[in-house]
Design a protein around this ligand. Structure first.
Ligand SMILES: [Cu+2]
Length: 317
């Protein structure tokens, strides 16, 4: 690039502020070939406007692609950057999770209390109801065992609280999944994560082998679907009772199931979009894995008033 005109010279041509003829001629010769590269570089150098934001927004939308032949599908109101994991930080998009304490005695009933604070460190008190709740709290040990899906209640001052028992010693991860409502009505979907601690001897379990079938509470849960990096693909779960008899699934959190996917290694939290209606008696979700790796899937479903969680290890190519 050292023998070529700087990007600003090409841009200068376009606004008729030509520095000198030889620079312009050279720019015209090479410009057609390298314009795209220079334009991108030049935008970054101008500092005017906010082209970076516009580019980021477009690419975020482009990330949200669907596999060919899968047809249209509905998204919940919580659609975010579908190909990115979240929940890796205590602070994102101007919001911060602030727990009042993170130490628990293993196996003893305790309480988790926290606030969500905005960029001015004020507690947030307005949340959109998504999947029937203003805030979903997921708690899991760092070896991906001990999954819990809880719904804390909020006091008027923005302090959330929920009874919580961490049954085994170890380092645990808590995710707050919510959509904050700003004063101007802006909605921001965020998942923040923070570690919790239960002191004692930590006996980590290896992740079980990948499977598409499991049992829980006398039910068999199978799924079909093959996640691909960066593509939104359907995962369709079928739940059967004894002898393979179909069961009467009940609505839970505004759909016939609730699916959470966590990535092994960093415990990144994936956004998953449920189909609101059953598909031939099965529950369908749209999942985008950001890359190859192993993930743990947690499917909450409700039968006869009781919620159960089916767990799977998923090995994405
Ligand atoms: Cu929830």
């Amino acid at each position: 690039m050292t023998d070529q005109p700087p990007p600003d010279a090409v841009r200068a041509d376009r606004v008729s502020a030509v520095p000198d003829r030889s620079t312009l001629r050279l720019a015209l010769v090479v410009g057609g070939l390298i314009l795209a590269v220079l334009l991108g570089f030049g935008l970054g150098r101008t500092g005017g406007g906010d082209p970076t934001t516009a580019v980021g927004y477009d690419s975020a939308l482009a990330d949200h692609t669907h596999a060919p032949g899968t047809g249209a599908h509905q998204h919940g109101a919580d659609q975010g950057l579908a190909a990115e994991v979240t929940g890796l930080s205590v602070s994102a998009a101007g919001y911060t999770i602030a727990p009042s304490a993170v130490d628990f005695a293993a196996g003893r009933p305790g309480e988790l209390r926290f606030q969500i604070r905005d960029a001015q460190r004020r507690p947030v008190t307005r949340f959109a109801v998504v999947h029937d709740k203003p805030l979903h709290l997921i708690v899991v040990r760092r070896d991906l065992t001990g999954y819990q899906h809880l719904h804390p209640t909020m006091a008027a001052d923005g302090t959330w609280s929920v009874p919580l028992t961490l049954p085994q010693p170890g380092s645990w991860r808590a995710y707050a999944d919510f959509t904050a409502l700003a004063d101007d009505g802006r909605r921001t979907a965020v998942t923040l994560g923070t570690d919790l601690v239960a002191a004692g001897d930590y006996d980590p379990r290896p992740l079980p082998a990948a499977t598409t079938s499991t049992t829980v509470g006398g039910f068999t849960v199978d799924y079909q679907g093959s996640p691909q990096a960066g593509v939104s693909v359907p995962l369709t779960f079928r739940i059967t009772g004894e002898g393979g008899r179909p069961v009467a699934l009940e609505r839970y959190l505004g759909a016939y199931g609730h699916l959470v996917a966590l990535r092994e290694g960093d415990l990144g939290y994936l956004h998953v979009h449920p189909e609101p209606a059953l598909v031939d008696g099965a529950v369908r979700f749209w999942v985008t894995v950001p890359g190859s790796g192993r993930y743990r899937l947690y499917l909450d479903f409700q039968v006869a008033g009781a919620v159960r969680t089916a767990e799977f290890t998923l090995d994405a190519p």
